[in-house]
Design a protein around this ligand. Structure first.
Ligand SMILES: C=CC1=C(C)c2cc3[nH]c(cc4nc(cc5[nH]c(cc1n2)c(C)c5CCC(=O)O)C(CCC(=O)O)=C4C)c(C)c3C=C
Ligand SMILES: [Fe+2]
Ligand SMILES: [Fe+2]
Length: 353
C-alpha cells in the first residue's frame, strides 16, 4: 500500500551494459559486474585473482568485438530498448508516477536514478526488476543495491518491489503476441526457449529446504512451495506458459540455458549442446525465444541471433530465427503498467487503453 500524499516513483531496473563497444569500456563494466559477490560467489581473494588474472586480461577485447556486431547508432541495444520502455511506460502512466531507469552495473546507475526520483519529490517507490525469473545474480543483486542506496540517509523512503513475473499472464501474453507471427512467417518446426543460465550452486542456495533442487530429474517440472525461488523451475514455468499459449505440441518445443561462464556446472541443458541435437533429430527451421530477457541485448542478438544460428546451420539445420524480445511492444508496456498497479493495490482496468 502507498503512503497517503507521498509522490510516487517507479524505478525500472535492468542489468546494465558498457558505455561503448571498446575494450576499455567493457573492462570497466566487467570489473564492476564480476566483482559482485552475488554474481561470483567465491572467497574475495579468489574472486579478485579470477577477475584480474583470468577474465580481465582477455575477455574485454573479445566481448567488445561481439558488442560491435550488434551496437546500434543510438548505443547499446539493452540501453536503447530499456530507454524506449521507460519512455513508453512514463507516457502510459500519464504523470501518475515519476519514472526512472537504473542499471545495476554501468550507467544510468541505480544511485543516479534514485537521486533523480528523489529530486522530483518521490518518497514512495515501486521498484520493478526487469528480470522475469528471480536469480541472486540479477534481481536479488539489483534489489540489494536499491535497498543499500535508499537506506544511506536518515529519511528512508517507502520501497515496494514488484514480484518476479515469470508466470504472470500479461507477460506471457505479450511475449506470445511477439512470437506468434514470427513463428508463422518463418514456418518454424520447433521452438527453443533459451534462458540465461546460472551456476547450479546458485540454485541450490535458494532451496531453503536443502532437499528439493537437483534431488530428482524432474525437480523443476512444477513450481511448488519447496522450489518457488528456484530460478530453473521458474524458467520452466515460463516456457510451459508460452508453449501452451502458442499451441505447441510436447515434441514441438524444448528448454535450454545459455551464456555460461567458467568451469563449474551451470543449469542444464546447455543451449550450445541442444542446438546440434535438434538438428540431428531432424529439426530444420528453428525459432528461438529468449524469455529471461525483456530487452534485446548482446546475449540475444549476438549469442543467439548470430552465433547460435551459425552453429545450427553448420549442424545441418536450415534456418534459425531469433524471436525479438519484448522491448517496448505496446502489450508489454500495458503489462508493466498492470503489474505496477497490481503491486500497489490499485485497480488494473485502466492499464489497457
Ligand atoms: C537474465 C538475467 C541474467 C542473469 C541471471 C545473469 C547471470 C549471470 N551473467 C553472468 C555473466 C555475464 N553476463 C553478461 C551479459 C548479460 N547478462 C544478462 C542478464 C543476466 N545475467 C544480460 C541482460 C546481459 C547483456 C548485457 C548487454 O550489455 O547487452 C556478461 C557480459 C558480456 C560478456 O562478456 O559475455 C557476462 C560476463 C554471470 C557470471 C551470471 C551468473 C552468475
Ligand atoms: Fe549475464
Ligand atoms: Fe529446481
Amino acid at each position: 500500500m502507498t503512503t497517503p500524499g507521498a509522490k510516487r516513483g517507479l524505478l525500472l531496473l535492468n542489468l546494465g551494459t558498457p558505455d561503448a563497444p571498446e575494450s576499455g569500456a567493457v573492462r570497466r563494466y566487467l570489473r564492476e559486474f564480476l566483482s559482485d559477490p552475488r554474481v561470483v560467489d567465491i572467497h574475495p581473494v579468489g574472486r579478485w585473482m579470477l577477475l584480474n588474472f583470468i577474465i580481465l586480461p582477455v575477455r574485454p577485447a573479445k566481448s567488445a568485438e561481439a558488442y560491435r556486431k550488434v551496437w546500434m547508432p543510438q548505443g547499446s541495444p539493452l540501453l536503447v530498448y530499456s530507454r524506449e520502455l521507460e519512455a513508453a511506460v512514463r507516457a502510459r502512466l500519464g504523470g501518475e508516477y515519476e519514472v526512472a531507469l537504473g542499471m545495476r552495473y554501468g550507467t544510468p546507475s541505480i544511485p543516479d536514478a534514485v537521486a533523480s526520483l528523489r529530486a522530483r519529490g518521490v518518497m514512495d517507490f515501486t521498484v520493478l526488476p526487469l528480470y522475469p525469473q528471480e536469480a541472486t545474480s540479477s534481481s536479488a543483486s539489483s534489489l540489494a543495491r536499491v535497498y543499500e542506496v535508499m537506506t544511506e540517509g536518515w529519511d528512508v523512503p517507502n520501497v515496494r518491489a514488484v514480484p518476479a513475473f515469470h508466470s504472470h499472464p500479461s507477460f506471457l501474453d505479450a511475449f506470445t503476441s511477439v512470437a506468434r507471427p514470427v513463428i508463422a512467417q518463418t514456418r518454424s518446426d520447433h521452438v527453443l526457449f533459451s534462458f540465461h543460465g546460472v551456476p547450479e550452486r546458485h540454485v541450490r542456495k535458494t532451496d531453503t529446504s536443502g532437499q528439493h533442487c537437483f534431488a530428482s530429474a524432474g525437480c523443476c517440472d512444477s513450481l511448488t512451495e519447496a522450489n518457488r525461488h528456484c530460478y530453473r523451475a521458474q524458467c520452466f514455468s515460463t516456457a510451459r506458459g508460452l508453449a501452451e499459449r502458442l499451441g505447441l505440441k510436447a515434441e514441438g518445443w524444448s528448454v535450454s540455458f545459455q551464456s555460461r561462464l567458467g568451469r563449474t556446472p551451470w543449469v542444464k541443458p546447455y543451449t550450445d549442446l541442444v542446438l546440434p541435437e535438434l538438428a540431428k533429430r531432424g529439426v530444420k527451421r528453428l525459432a528461438v525465444m529468449c524469455p529471461s530477457f525483456v530487452a534485446d541485448c548482446l546475449e540475444t542478438l549476438e549469442e543467439v541471433g548470430l552465433r547460435a544460428r551459425e552453429q545450427f546451420v553448420e549442424a545441418g539445420g536450415e534456418a534459425l530465427t531469433l524471436v525479438p524480445s519484448l522491448n517496448a511492444h505496446p502489450e508489454w508496456v500495458d503489462a508493466v503498467v498492470r503489474m505496477v498497479r497490481e503491486s500497489d493495490g490499485a485497480p488494473t482496468a485502466a492499464a489497457s487503453p
